[in-house]
Each structure stands twice: as structure tokens, then as C-alpha cells.
Design a protein around this ligand. Sequence first.
Ligand code: TGC
Ligand code: FAD
Length: 390
Amino acid sequence: MTTPQTPFELFGIDGLIDATDAKIQNTIRDFTDDHLRPHLTDWYESGDVPVRELAREFGKLGVLGMHLTGYGCEGTSATAYGLACLELEAADSGLRTLVSVQGSLAMYAIHRWGSEEQKHHWLPAMARGEAIGCFALTEPDFGSDPAGMRTYARRDQSVWILTGTKKWITNGSVADVAVVWAHTDDKIRGFLVPTDTPGFSARQIPNKLSLRASVTSELVLDDVRLPESAMLPEAAGLAGPLACLNEARFGIVFGALGAARDSLEATISYTLEREIFGKPLAGYQATQLKLSDMTVKLGTAMMLALQLGRLKDAGQLRPEQISLGKLNSVREALNIARDCRPILGANGITLDYPVLRHANNLESVLTYEGTAEIHQLTIGRALTGQQAFR
Ligand code: TGC
Ligand code: FAD
């Protein structure tokens, strides 16, 4: 008998993470153990997650917009942000989504494309979790192809008037401000829409079988009148929202591996405890072959994530490289969670173990922030120089 090692120990992953980033990772991990894990089953089962309270707790923890600088943000490395996403998603993908949408989508949009006045107005309150943001790009008929969006912002002298419908918007019905992307006479533009503006309404989408510990909403903009100052001045064209997606996708490269790590570690523990035909399930060759294959997938995916983190911290990460990571991490994480589930037998279909919850959540993660096919086509375009989206 040798002392068991965890999958990441076997790969020596800790040795690849610098001390400052590791300290942040450990802080988040302790926070998830103490404040999130005790509630995960309830939140998932009820589909009722206390977003506002959680946002304030995440604000105190310093994770909201943590990789941004100034305006109350922590200014950590990109790798530290990735590792925070990993620990949050090891708890539940829905909780990592809350942090991603707030920090990488809504706050990043304001930080990158906003005026000084917009930044000072929104970012400190959003970093504290006192104001919640959402990011409204997708529409009922336009998900993978956002350029086709129908939402339109027309100018009437000094006011903007927005009309349209956005769908699948995380935190849309609990947000204080919606970052809404719309066509105008001059390119796609982003608008900061306070959610108490007349003409704005949001309803939560019910009956989800995935990402249940997250609020997902449909937004209706019915002649929403906004001042000129509501437009993000520096974003013009689809590159505006796509730059924000790069940030959130980077977090998912790490985040999805948290769900996979948690699934695999829970499964290894289970096989050590579960006795079948007179000995632990872990002692059978068939079990060890499965655990080994999953460990190789998880560890190699993590090494790719850390390489992308290094590139991002060096300011060299390109969008097609983020696609490599998002495609690989989510696909492998979903495969791992699905392959773990039968090893737990009947117990694997319950919420007593995290595995099927993670697998169900990862179905959303596979679809949002660019589906697997969108990332394959992005990689294909980088390899061939030919776009095959259309
Ligand atoms: P295309 O012609 O390729 O590009 C239009 C303009 O954008 C530029 N660009 C990018 N800029 C920054 N980052 C990127 N990743 C970029 N990709 C392209 C490009 O250079 C061009 O700029 P310019 O100045 O020449 O105008 O655009 P396309 O219409 O052919 O579409 C390309 C495609 C399919 C890759 C893109 O539309 C896409 O990524 N579709 C997927 C949509 C998506 O991922 N939606 C996510 C919504 S948010 C969400 O899901 C949140 S989930 C919760 C969570 O995050 O946790
Ligand atoms: P579609 O675009 O209709 O795609 C359907 C299928 O067609 C997919 O398999 C796709 O890969 C495939 N496909 C598409 N194009 C091609 C092609 N060229 N070649 C071959 N196959 C193709 N959006 C936001 O804006 N903000 C949010 O906060 C947000 N949160 C979300 C939260 C959840 C839980 C979910 C599930 C979604 C969220 N989304 C959000 C929306 C998400 O980004 C979209 O669902 C995603 O972009 C895919 O769009 P779609 O669902 O319309 O699928």
C-alpha cells in the first residue's frame, strides 16, 4: 500500500503556482468550505440562491472584478483570478457564474469601455457586491451569432431609445444595472441601463435542469429612454462585447476544472469506502483504469490552463488560445463528471454526492460563452485562415 495522492499532487500542480496566487486560491477554497458547501444542496434543489447576500460576501472576499485595477478592485494576476474561479466552481458552476458575470462581463465592460464618470459611479459599488450587474448580449434568436441581434438603440436628439428582447441573461432579474448591447445607426454599442428605468422588465426563466444555483432571465426593453451618457463611449462594433467574453472564457478555462476536480476527488473517496464483492471498489483494476484516465485528462487540462494564465499575465494571450482552453477544459470536465457518475452506482444519481450536479451544470458551461462548435471553428479559423462560421 502506498499513500494515496490527489490527481493534482500527482501532476505536481502546486509547484507551478506562485506563492501569492496560491495564497489567494487557498483563501477562496477555505471560504467555499465554510460558507458555500453547507448550502449547495439546498440552493441546487430549490433553485433559489440568495444572489444579493452572496454578492456582498463575494465583495468582502475581494473576488468581484479581482483582476481589474483601480476603482476598488484588487488588481490580482489573471492566474489568481483563474484559480479563484476553479475553487468557486469546485463548489458549484452557478456560483462561479455569478462572479464571472459580475467581474469579467459587467464590470470589465465598464472598466474597458466606459467613461470615467461611469467607472466611478458603478465599479466601486460592484466590487463591494452592493450593486449587481448583468451582461445582455444573447437574444432568443441570436446566441452563437450575436451580430444578428435585433435589439436597436435609436437616437432622438439627446436621448437613446432602446427596444428589444434579451434571453438567458444571468442575474438579469436581480441586477441593478444591465450592460445591454444593441445595434445603432453606427455599429453595435453598449448601454448601461439602470434596471429601474421605465420600459425595462425582467423575468426569471423557470424549470432549468442545469445551473440551478444561478438566476437566468429574459429581459424586455420596451422603448427604454436613456440619457446620452448611458452609452459606453469606447466600444464600437461586435469587438466590444467579444472582448468581454475573452475575460469570462478565460475564467471558465480554470473554473470547469474545479468541477472536474471535485467530481474526481469525491469519486476516488467513494471507491475507497465502498466495498463490493468483499473488497473496496478502489482495489479493482477496472476502477483504477477509469480513475487513471480521468486523472490524465484533468491534469493535462490544468497544465494548459496554467500555460494560458502565464500568457495572459504576460499580456500575450490571443482569443483563439482562449478557445483552445475553453473547449478543452469544459469538454474534459463534462466527460470526467459523466464518467464518475456510474462509478457511484445508485448513489451517483443523488445530491448526496456532487458528481451529477456538476455534470448537469457543465451542460450549461458547454453552451454558454461560445459553444464547443464555436470554439472549434475559432481554432479552425486560426489554423487555416478560412472562416467557416457562415
Ligand atoms: P467577427 O467578424 O469574427 O468579429 C467581429 C469583430 O470582433 C472582433 N473579434 C474579437 N474581438 C475581441 N475578442 C474576440 N474574441 C473577438 N473575436 C472577434 C473581430 O476582430 C471584429 O473586429 P472589427 O474591428 O473588425 O469589427 O464576428 P462574427 O460575427 O463572424 O462572429 C464570430 C463569433 C462566432 C466567434 C462570435 O460571434 C462568437 O464568439 N459567438 C459566440 C457568442 C457567445 O459566446 N456569447 C456569449 C454570451 S455571454 C454568456 O454566455 C455569459 S454565460 C455566464 C458566464 O460567463 O459565466
Ligand atoms: P445556438 O446559437 O442556437 O446554437 C445551437 C447549436 O448550433 C449549438 O450546438 C451550436 O454550437 C451550433 N452552431 C451554432 N453555429 C454553428 C455553426 N456555424 N456551425 C455548426 N454548428 C453551429 N448570454 C448572455 O448574453 N449573457 C448571459 O449572462 C448569459 N448567461 C447564460 C446562462 C445560462 C445558464 C445559459 C444556458 C446561457 C447563457 N447565455 C448568456 C446565453 C449563451 O451565451 C447562449 O446560449 C450561447 O451563446 C449559445 O446560443 P444559443 O443557445 O442561441 O444556441
